[in-house]
Design a protein around this ligand. Sequence first.
Ligand code: SAH
Ligand code: SF4
Length: 382
Amino acid sequence: MTTANLLEFDLEGLAAFCEKLGEKRFRATQLFRWIHQRGASDFAQMTDLAKSLREKLATTARVEALPVVTQHESKDGTIKWLFDVGDGNAVEAVFIPEDDRGTLCVSSQAGCAVGCRFCSTGHQGFSRNLSTGEIVAQLWFAEHFLRKHLKRDERVISNVVMMGMGEPLQNYTALVPALRTMLDDNAYGLSRRRVTVSTSGVVPMIDRLGADCPVAMAVSLHAPNDALRDDLVPLNRKYPIAELLEACKRYLAHAPRDFITFEYCMLDGVNDQPEHARQLVELVRAHGVSCKFNLIPFNPFPASGLLRSPQPQVLAFAKALSEAGLVTTVRKTRGDDIDAACGQLAGDVKDRTRAAERMAQRRVSERTVVLHPVRKTTPQEH
Ligand code: SAH
Ligand code: SF4
């Protein structure tokens, strides 16, 4: 008999499951806590549940994580896991510790159908959506592994970013219960401000997320006009920039933060010129979107035919934005030998393993530089 993997359920789903077993709904809360707060997977361990329920669960349910293909730990504590999701597919999750927080970067799909030019996941194509349980399993495993590993009783992961492989808003049905589990006080209890969905701009789903489960929002903008964005992010042909920015504005009415983060991957000679910075400033002003910019140095891979913008170019771009009053951060990489990035995993599991190792190295070397906005300064002319 196939059993239900309880990682697939948010609290509401688990309550419905318990009812089917003829149990009171509040039993689901106890069970949910055992699974997510204590990391339990063995029902026999859940001693405050009636023995009859434990026996029913033993024959109908399971708590099953994803098999770990590799784990890579760097000197500064960054840990990266590659999880096997079957049929030769693997997805990544990365834990990034900082002084005041612990962030887990989580995947939503094996591959991605959007096909951005600068993203190796995009080049790899789409394999399949992850289920809610496969998304939650990354957090469940990482949180409880880290507590043991770091010998900590309290929560280790304080922030989740949906910035691993895949386009989360093209896997909406699985995403929302996963987000709800992250937010639930009986599970991980993360604040809405500390859970970020990153999207290439699936406009209708931005609206739905605002209504169903508002969390912090990052939008991968990458270009200041439609001609360029059509080329870099093919989804733009369906949902052009003006529609995307209007959706961002609508989202802000529900969002837990009062700004949208715009991610902007810096591509040499493509989107990193002074005129692009000027267009960006005009664009966000015209739409009146409250936002912050995060400039990401491109991590090149041969099939892209694209190059990383030189650092002075990135800094000049950041300066232009910040002088126009836009808060801008630059994700800085140390060491030019490191050539892997978010969403850069491709090929079979073996290739991905190597990509995973390179990626962990790169992440270790990442530091963020914040450029404070200088108000009352006009955008730089050139
Ligand atoms: N699909 C979602 C989330 C996953 S990608 C999205 O596109 O927002 C997470 C981030 O990694 C995105 O901002 C994406 O633009 C960035 N990224 C992808 N490939 C990259 C590369 N080669 N170098 C630098 N950043 C990259
Ligand atoms: Fe998909 Fe995001 Fe990569 Fe674009 S950048 S292909 S949306 S994972």
